[in-house]
Design a protein around this ligand. Structure first.
Ligand code: HEM
Length: 229
């Protein structure tokens, strides 16, 4: 946490290191590119979107490679944020009192650590969906299938490839819906965006939304050498 200097509007609390933010934005950008190219390849009415990638064949070629970028990027986020997203007893209390979250009456909620139960839900559901999209995506990618056959001697049947197509599309719908919730929450809870842009939040934001995390940050303040992950 930085000292509050005169003239500075708010005391700032460090929330993400530079590398964590770069990692997050690589995932966010690759997600948006995957969503556009994926939707373009999914339905003829959206095929026009392939123009953004230089045409249909290029979009088809690029889509799985961007998918691999997202998978590697998400793995980075998973390793960084895994422990802070482990479920706690108070998550259930928070969920049971969701109506107070939605009405902004946070005085009725338990103190929250680095992430609330909603954020943990986004984290774990995206982790599962990214894994499903990866496995089913390989099943729809001739180069990926050829590699799997060479590496593991596994040859997917037509039925398995059909199932992969259904699961890939179904997971894509879910992952996009959860992404919309994630972005909506980041906008709706004012002051959250700066966490992923500047790497810090105001003390007031931390006190209001993640008080248990703020207390821990303050307690380790004298020994602090590194910015928060
Ligand atoms: C382009 C749209 C996106 C925006 C505007 C956005 C915004 C944000 C913001 C502001 C935070 C900080 C929240 C906080 O510290 O309380 C955050 C955290 C995070 N974001 Fe995103 N994000 C986007 C896309 C994504 C995507 C596509 C994923 C993964 C599929 C993702 C995964 C995460 C994770 C894992 C965290 C840390 C919170 C946690 O672990 O629960 N974000 N995002």
């Amino acid at each position: 946490m930085n000292e509050h200097k005169p003239g500075e509007p708010h005391m700032q609390v460090s929330r993400y290191s530079g590398s964590a933010r770069i990692n997050h934005w690589i995932v966010a950008i690759s997600f948006v590119l995957l969503m556009i190219s994926g939707l373009a390849l999914f339905h003829p009415s959206l095929y026009g979107l392939t123009a953004l990638f230089g045409g249909g064949p290029t979009a088809r070629w690029l889509h799985p490679w961007i998918g691999l970028v997202l998978v590697v990027g998400f793995l980075g986020l998973f390793v960084r944020f895994f422990t802070a997203n482990l479920p706690e007893k108070t998550d259930w209390v928070w969920l049971a009192k969701l109506r107070y979250v939605l009405s902004g009456q946070e005085e009725y909620l338990p103190e929250v650590g680095k992430y609330n139960a909603g954020q943990k839900f986004v984290f774990w559901s995206q982790a599962v969906l990214v894994a499903v999209m990866l496995i089913t995506g390989i099943g729809l990618w001739p180069a990926g299938l050829a590699y799997m056959e060479q590496l593991l001697g596994f040859k997917a049947t037509i039925d398995q490839r059909r199932l992969a197509a259904v699961l890939h599309a179904g997971s894509a719908v879910l992952t996009i819906a959860i992404w919309i919730i994630h972005v909506y929450a980041a906008i709706w809870v004012r002051g959250t965006f700066s966490a992923m842009t500047r790497g810090s939040v105001t003390g007031g934001w931390a006190w209001r939304h993640h008080r248990k995390w703020l207390r821990k940050e303050v307690a380790k303040e004298p020994a602090r050498q590194q910015p928060a992950e």
